[in-house]
Design a protein around this ligand. Sequence first.
Ligand SMILES: Cc1cc2nc3c(=O)[nH]c(=O)nc-3n(C[C@H](O)[C@H](O)[C@H](O)COP(=O)(O)OP(=O)(O)OC[C@H]3O[C@@H](n4cnc5c(N)ncnc54)[C@H](O)[C@@H]3O)c2cc1C
Length: 470
Amino acid sequence: MDAKLIAELRAELGPEVVLTDPATLGTRSHDYWAVSHLRRFRAPEGETGGALPGCVARPRDLAEVQAVVRFAAARGVGLMPFGLGSGVCAGVLGDPATILLDMGAMDRVVSVDPVNLLATFEAGCNGLAAEEAVAAHGLTIGHWPQSIAISSVGGWVSTRASGQFSTAYGNIEDIIHSIEAVLPDGEVVTLGKAPRAAAGPDLRHLLMGAEGTMGVITRVTLSLRRQPETRAFTAFYAETMEQGFEAQRRIIQADWRPPVMRQYDAPEVFRLFSAHARGEACLLIMVHEGPAGRVAAELAAVKAIAAEAGLTEADPAATEGWLAHRNKVPEWTDLFKLGVIADTIEVSGSWSQIGPIYRRVMAALREVPGIVNASAHSSHVYRSGINIYCTFACRPEDAAAMEARYLECWDRALEATAAEGGGIAHHHGAGRLRKAYLHHDLGAGGIALLRQVKAALDPKEIMNPGNLLP
Ligand SMILES: Cc1cc2nc3c(=O)[nH]c(=O)nc-3n(C[C@H](O)[C@H](O)[C@H](O)COP(=O)(O)OP(=O)(O)OC[C@H]3O[C@@H](n4cnc5c(N)ncnc54)[C@H](O)[C@@H]3O)c2cc1C
């Protein structure tokens, strides 16, 4: 980005808002995408391993966001929104021609309304801080992504995130009441007003999952719940993933709603629940929450359905242990030092498709040279189907091949999912990593429509150029 342009932006907004120091540029040049971290890890001493943004703008209020957007629109400069950088699909990637719009200074809890169960947050508000603010009123957002402590409310909306308790409480699209956003021409819209509306198409969805390509989310109002009266745990062994999926199908279709339903294949049981491993058995764990009477009824019903489906009871301590340690993840660099590159790929399918998807993706991953792990668990359940969350780890003989093998794992897993008719992106978004596969979910007509929407909203293509749209 031209130094003169940066100087102009700084003159307009002030030196505290427009930053160019190497440390800030470095930490805002990528998200949590494994390859960005690998490139950084392998870079020579003192180098970043990737391009940096032209500058970082860190607005403090709506007016400053509008000023940055108008500045970018007037000059045709790219603008890349940044929440807290926990995205895993390269939705943020350093580009010297763009302004990185860091929403981190807009992090206030604006209001909590315990009567109407609504809370409003600035988009940069840390997810855990948002949950803690409502918890002080005996309430919960009910949205618990594993990254809750390192992601922002605006990021949740932008990536169509899912929380670990989604089976009962819904994904982020079920929790959003309204969204305030600055459009690519600098105008402000507030989308969503009443508890439900039939006032034309639901325009909130233009921003949900747009990954920074349609505008800048500045405020979000979320719909809350009261904290549950009781919580209980169950766990079951299934002989195969298919047997466990069938039990989950029967539970959810009988209208029971354990907020957490997670089913691990044998390699993941050994890795994550070693004390509870039993031969080659898979493990289904469930958390039950709500009014005491309903939880008691759900426990009895779930145990009966699981037994009918051929599952056997496991120690519920497995589920309690998961709850206590669920947000611990290894650092990328610990794996890189061992020559290993790993990642998770979340896909989904109907109940009829999910068994074949699981088998085919595992087989496809195991063909990649250097693969040392291919495993999966399910974690989000619907009446019509379920997701699976695949984990791969690859240790190529030649460390220089780590990035190529990583991309091969992604390609094989997504093509295998699509070949079985599944959805190629359950909740991490598409970013730059998955955009070439988006046609599997949207079709050629859907891609063309998405392009038309983008062209109408952002004719100068300033918003997160190169992201999401194939
Ligand atoms: C360890 C770990 C665990 C994770 N677990 C989960 C999980 O359980 N569930 C889940 O859904 N995801 C999970 N993720 C992925 C990630 O946390 C989510 O995608 C999260 O919603 C991203 O939020 P963020 O604030 O970090 O966004 P960022 O990474 O900063 O940005 C993500 C995308 O949104 C855009 N964006 C961000 N803020 C705005 C805004 N205000 N306006 C417009 N566009 C914006 C960016 O341009 C980018 O394209 C996990 C990630 C990690 C590293």
